[in-house]
Design a protein around this ligand. Structure first.
Ligand code: HEM
Length: 494
């Protein structure tokens, strides 16, 4: 009981501070004992805007002092030389670190949560899968199947009855079904006509929100809440159980299938249809189920929300910018969406590609990247970092900083990504960090562009979308940049 009272008093204290003493001259006040935590809690609802303001004032690098004895000092930087140094040039000194591993504990020993040899192993496996010569056509086939049998029937139904629908929810269902099919050879059919509740998909949303919360409060506080099993931690525990039971069930089904020799042989001969789970199962290494479960869960996180939130924000920007929308439509209408050779079609959709990059600059789905040095180091900006410190890049802030993208940084301008010769303009990954940079660059970038172009082009060619008036679209507080209240639209056949 006394622990509960103590926590309550502590929070009361923080709230008082957060109303009375947030900022001094534009900078968070560094209080004895509490450090800058009150200012962080006060601004947590506008965390990215606050980071932009402070970084612009502080010449792009700022040291956030956490409460004493909490090991919560964080260096936020948007200095491009620092980003390049940490992500690529001195990569070996900047693993993700144990603090992050603790925060993302449900990811176990998967690719997102490991460093050094285990990460290298995962990366090799994931790369061999996602860059296999047959993978692109496999992906294109599975994506079109979902478009034809899931997306179009649902959009037609909504169009016939002039029904309001949440586009973000629709895209999340779309990518969840496709990523499950590609990774574990199982379609949860969340994009069916009755829009069923899919517990494992909801569980992923819940754990992502808790990941964010764990980043902004001291470790001892969230661990204490976990111990008490209250609030977000209680939800998190339940979500982990739901995911575990879903994934282990799929692993067992796959094991049974692969026990059947004919099936396994047929899959080997027909590499186009191999999912990641089968690929692992066919390797003659003794993976335990926990390792496979970690691998699968990490791939779900990688491939589900990133693509679906980008599509949601893309359509949001599309509707907000009618002149650009008509240019995108003109380009999309000029191509035939050939299912057997989508690679060729994709290359022609240059303006759409630019618009998707611009969406990713303004609304990067993965909003933070955290690193922790193994050895003390001096960054190109002159800042000293040590092993107790976390270094954070806020990708949302970085996409909207005048010093990085110019005075028009808040405008949606696909032209920014197109050269005079009409080709896609390359921006260095340490500047356009949406897909990460250096040896840990996203492995699913091509997959994401292929899926997003198929979905966006299909909708733009065949439907007219209207945003529901009065519906408020704002980002939520999560490590993935979802829309807090979804994206309500009406859709009509064109
Ligand atoms: C618009 C879509 C996408 C965006 C913006 C995106 C962004 C990112 C980012 C920022 C990271 C680094 C995360 C971190 O280390 O904390 C990452 C890593 C990764 N992504 Fe993506 N991603 C997208 C789609 C996908 C898809 C569809 C897949 C396929 C399953 C995928 C697979 C991966 C993998 C395997 C990694 C781990 C790389 C490593 O640590 O070596 N991504 N992605």
């Amino acid at each position: 009981m006394w622990q509960f009272q103590l926590t309550f008093l502590f929070f009361l204290f923080l709230i008082l501070y957060h109303y009375l003493f947030g900022y001094k001259n534009g900078f968070p006040t560094n209080w004895p004992l509490l450090g800058m935590l009150p200012a962080l809690l006060k601004n947590v609802h506008r965390i990215h805007e606050a980071v932009i303001d402070i970084l612009e004032l502080e010449n792009l690098t700022f040291l956030f002092k956490g409460p004493w004895f909490t090991n919560m000092d964080i260096l936020a930087t948007a200095n491009l030389a620092n980003v390049h140094h940490i992500m690529s040039k001195n990569f070996a000194n900047y693993p993700k670190g144990n603090k992050l591993k603790d925060i993302l504990d449900v990811l176990g020993d998967g690719i997102f949560n490991t460093d050094f040899m285990v990460w290298e192993y995962h990366r090799k496996m994931a790369k061999s899968f996602l860059t296999h010569p047959n993978f692109n056509q496999f992906l294109v086939n599975k994506t079109w199947e979902k478009v034809d049998n899931g997306l179009i029937p649902l959009l037609d139904h909504a169009s016939n009855y002039a029904k309001e629908m949440d586009l973000q929810d629709l895209f999340a269902r779309f990518t969840f079904d496709t990523i499950c099919t590609i990774i574990i050879d199982h379609d949860p059919m969340s994009l069916s006509s009755n829009l069923p509740r899919v517990p494992s998909s909801k569980a992923l949303d819940d754990i992502e929100e808790v990941f964010f919360y764990r980043h902004v409060v001291p470790t001892s506080i969230w661990k204490f809440q976990r111990w008490l099993n209250i609030g977000g931690e209680k939800k998190y525990k339940k979500a982990c159980q739901i995911l575990d039971s879903f994934i282990y069930k799929c692993i067992n089904i796959k094991k049974e299938q692969l026990g059947n020799e004919n099936l396994s042989k047929q899959k080997e001969d027909d590499k186009v249809s191999i999912d990641l789970l089968t690929l692992y199962a066919q390797k003659n290494e003794n993976y335990n189920d926990k390792f496979i479960r970690d691998t699968i869960l990490n791939m779900f996180i990688a491939g589900r929300d990133t693509t679906s939130t980008t599509l949601s924000w893309f359509f949001y920007l599309f509707l907000k910018n009618p002149k650009i929308a008509s240019k995108i439509k003109e380009e999309v209408d000029s191509v035939t969406l050939n299912r057997n050779n989508f690679k060729e079609v994709s290359l022609k959709l240059v303006y759409l590609h630019g618009a998707l990059c611009e969406t990713l600059r303004l609304y990067p789905p993965v909003v933070f990247q955290a690193k922790s040095p193994i050895k003390p180091d001096i960054l190109p900006s002159g800042h000293h970092v040590n092993p107790n410190m976390q270094i954070i890049f806020d990708m949302y802030a970085m996409g909207r900083m005048k010093s990085i993208w110019g005075d028009d940084c808040n405008e949606f301008k696909p032209e920014r990504w197109i050269t005079e010769k009409g080709r896609i303009k390359h921006e260095p990954s340490y500047k356009f960090l949406a897909f990460n940079a250096g040896p840990r660059t996203c492995l699913g970038k091509d997959m994401a562009f292929t899926q997003m172009k198929i979905v966006a082009a299909t909708i733009i060619q065949n439907y007219v979308i209207e945003a529901v008036e009065g519906h408020h679209v704002v980002p939520n507080l999560s490590i993935i940049l979802h829309m807090k209240f979804g994206f309500k639209v009406r859709i009509y056949r064109s």
